[in-house]
Design a protein around this ligand. Structure first.
Ligand code: ZN
Ligand code: ZN
Ligand code: FE
Length: 742
């Protein structure tokens, strides 16, 4: 007999780790103690050497799904401590609410089996869950994570559930949301007028869906609007009712086979699609033509993630539109009464239940890059899991940007990026944002000592930070938008800097008062220099040009000295350009995409942010050609005029639009590499981080990192947060941290 002292570093608190260790200790016939520490957990165990080693070897492979083990240190050979059994020691940290909160987790295989087993007492029970699956973040009101502090508080456990809950051998040991048909929540179905329809609610919903009705369905983090996905006219009707003209709809498919009938799925995509986090994954459509579901070549698809969804599909519904129920850019509808009021006239019926959603959380959206999620929206299934940055001191609230708003609260090594909040442009979204900040501060027991926000004077997030800072006497640090993007990608990859950042997006407030967005920065968390940028593009009529992208096409053509014919207001535009009348300058990469999309006749107006870029990417064919890249001056400006002249000429001479689109994208790849190389030569740096919403472009992300590597540079892309403005708050925290350390 001897003893071993084991330190496990990583994210191992609040993820069911100690019950897991308890079972594993029993399995190996050991005894000892476990306690939480600031960096993970510590164990003291007595046993035979072989059994101790076997125990340690089993830890990584069998740990709970949400645990992230970074390092295990084991010191063998101590004198046995004489433990008789295994006990969990309370740590000081726990008394100060130092545990993590789990994201919501998709239904597990064990629960799925029981759900469909007629002999099981939870047969067809739409709220079946266990220690390994079910709602978490969306039902928690406060910590400690305990049933009484969740939306389950009004459902006292029956004796059967209670017995399972207290039995450490049971897979529902300490499963807070555990319930059964006797003691738990129930579903009900209401018609369009809010009258209850008698009978089996789920069967009624299935029948209505199959009859071509549009339903509101209560999910984990909010309501979905659902209808049969493969009935084009019905999908168009949903678009009309939701007033969502062109943005693609996400769908949910019954199973993988149903997904594969509609989309091409690689093995890597399959793994993400089927993971317990169940995000919406952007997949390539088998039929790439525009359809009422999606106007581009991709489709956002997810699998059923709650038992309710599983029952809804049964074995005869293949695919349902499952789009967030929200109206005119307000947050997702999540309460029953709210649904009945606001979705009246949109939904023909309502499949609801009596378990409250405490916290809104939209579905996450990603595509798969290098075998892992590349996020467009990091939300359900991921939030509120932290990003760990060793050596951080915490106490910073970063307020994010405006579009795709998010915030990030830091506590020690843990940085907690919020869920998707929405575009921070109206009072309702602002109030959701403020509520969530208060919620995070309570859950993680952290009041900020520094607020970080964007430099843009008009962002509501900036106003929030300034007002709160003044009210509560907290200092406020204002950070340049693209510097925050850069820092976000550095933190995402554990870089300390300095490095080169290629930061491409639509819009960000520049230090010179103009709009930036096609930037090459050099720097670290503490500061940056603008090494390169785009030749600024005049936005004819300011913000109007962002919607009417033909205005940008006009400005590009004119500036490049090309004929700009066939523009309705050409004379007026010309006059405005010449007099510099309401033509603010933008170096936003998104604007260059918009302008080229319009020159190519792909779009003349943008129905949603980034539509020009999305459709341009969709149009791009396989072609290796490119246009001239002219880089000049300091900051090193990409002068796009020779490129625009070449594009205009090829367009005139009848080169297919898809070929020109590909050559345009190839030109940008080449420009990026040349710019980064110039920065590398001047600074001796090799690391290049890629951030900003323009890197949501799959064509670009499947080529640019390889091209940078080929040029001898080290590219880094986002891995855990989005490259778009949603990811900005993570970078803001890091810049705030550097500021406090100065
Ligand atoms: Zn389960
Ligand atoms: Zn029960
Ligand atoms: Fe941005």
């Amino acid at each position: 007999m001897e003893s071993v002292h084991i330190k496990i570093h990583g994210i191992v608190q609040g993820v069911g780790f100690r019950p897991f260790v308890h079972r594993l200790v029993r399995l190996h016939g050991l005894a000892g103690t476990i306690r939480n520490t600031s960096s993970g957990v510590e164990l003291e165990l007595d046993g035979e050497r072989a059994a101790l080693e076997a125990f340690v070897a089993d830890l990584p492979g069998q740990a709970p799904k949400l645990a992230v083990i970074e390092k295990i240190e084991a010191e063998y050979g101590g004198a046995p401590r004489g433990f008789a059994d295994f006990s969990i020691l309370k740590s000081h940290a726990e008394e100060t609410r130092d545990t993590l909160i789990s994201p919501d987790i998709g239904i597990c295989d064990d629960c799925l089996r029981e759900l469909l087993d007629p002999r099981d007492r939870r047969y067809r029970y739409p709220f079946i869950n266990c220690t390994n699956c079910g709602p978490r973040f969306t039902i928690i009101r406060d910590v400690p994570y305990d049933r009484a502090l969740t939306s389950m508080s009004r459902f006292p456990m029956c004796p059967d559930c209670d017995r399972e809950y207290h039995d450490i051998e049971n897979r529902r040991y300490h499963a807070q949301p555990d319930a059964c048909p006797v003691c738990g929540p129930h579903v009900f179905f209401l018609d369009g007028e809010g009258r209850e329809v008698p009978g089996d609610a789920i069967e009624t919903a299935r029948a209505w869906l199959k009859a071509g009705k549009i339903l509101a369905i209560k999910g984990l983090g909010g309501m979905h609007l659902a209808c049969m996905a493969q009935e084009d006219e019905l999908v168009r009707e949903l678009r009309r009712r939701k007033e969502r003209d062109e943005k693609p709809f996400a769908i949910m498919c019954r199973d993988l086979a149903a997904v594969k009938a509609l989309c091409r799925v690689t093995a890597e995509e399959e793994a993400v699609l089927c993971s317990f986090r169940k995000p919406i994954v952007l997949l390539r459509k088998r039929d790439e033509r525009p359809s009422p579901l999606s106007e581009n070549g991709c489709l956002g698809v997810m699998l059923p993630y709650t038992p309710l969804h599983v029952l809804l599909f049964g074995d005869d519904i293949d695919a349902l539109v499952m789009t967030s129920a929200n109206l005119s850019d307000t947050p997702i509808v999540y309460r029953n009464e709210e649904a009945l009021e606001r979705l009246r006239g949109i939904a023909d019926g309502f499949l609801l239940h009596d378990r409250d959603i405490q916290t809104r959380c939209d579905d996450s959206l990603c595509w798969v890059l290098d075998g892992r999620e590349y996020f467009a929206r990091r939300s359900r299934g991921y939030v509120p899991f932290p990003v760990r940055v060793e050596g951080s001191r915490g106490g910073i609230l970063a307020c994010g940007a405006e579009q795709k708003a998010s915030f990030c609260l830091s506590k020690g090594d843990y940085l907690f990026p919020s869920q998707h909040i929405g575009d921070l442009k109206n009072a309702e979204t602002l109030s959701h944002y403020e509520q969530q900040i208060a919620h995070f501060e309570r859950l993680f027991d952290q009041k900020p000592r520094l607020l970080v926000c964007d430099r843009h004077p008009d962002y509501l997030s900036t106003a929030y930070a300034l007002e709160r800072g003044a009210r509560e006497g907290i200092p406020v640090l204002r950070v340049q938008h693209h510097h925050a993007h850069m820092a976000a990608c550095m933190a995402d990859n554990g870089l300390r800097g300095p490095c080169i950042g290629l930061i491409w997006d639509g819009t960000g407030y520049g230090d010179d008062g103009t709009v930036w967005g096609g930037e090459c920065l050099v720097g670290d968390y503490a500061g940056y220099q603008r090494f390169g940028s785009l030749r600024p593009i005049p936005l004819i009529g300011g913000d109007r040009a962002v919607k009417e992208i033909s205005r940008i096409a006009f400005a590009l053509l004119r500036d490049a000295g090309c004929p700009a014919e066939g523009f309705q207001n050409g004379v007026l535009y010309d006059k405005m350009l010449r007099q510099g009348l309401n033509c603010p300058l933008s170096s936003g990469m998104g604007r260059l995409f918009d302008g080229v999309a319009a020159i190519l006749g792909i779009r003349q107006t943008a129905g949603y942010e980034g539509q020009g870029a999305v459709l341009l990417e969709a149009a791009a064919e396989k072609d290796e050609g490119s246009y001239p890249v002219l880089l000049e001056g300091r900051p090193l400006r990409f002068d796009w005029r020779p490129m625009i002249r070449a594009i205009a000429e090829e367009k005139r001479s009848g080169v297919p639009v898809g070929v020109i689109a590909a050559r345009f994208l190839n030109t940008l790849v080449q420009m990026a590499v040349e710019t980064a190389l110039a920065a590398a030569r001047e600074t001796g740096l090799r690391d290049v981080v890629l951030s900003g919403g323009s890197f949501q472009n799959q064509y670009m992300m499947r080529r640019l990192p390889a091209a940078l590597r080929k040029a001898g540079l080290r590219p880094w892309q986002h891995r855990r947060v989005s490259c778009n403005d949603e990811g900005i708050s993570l970078g803001q925290v890091m810049i705030g941290e550097a500021f406090l350390n100065q």
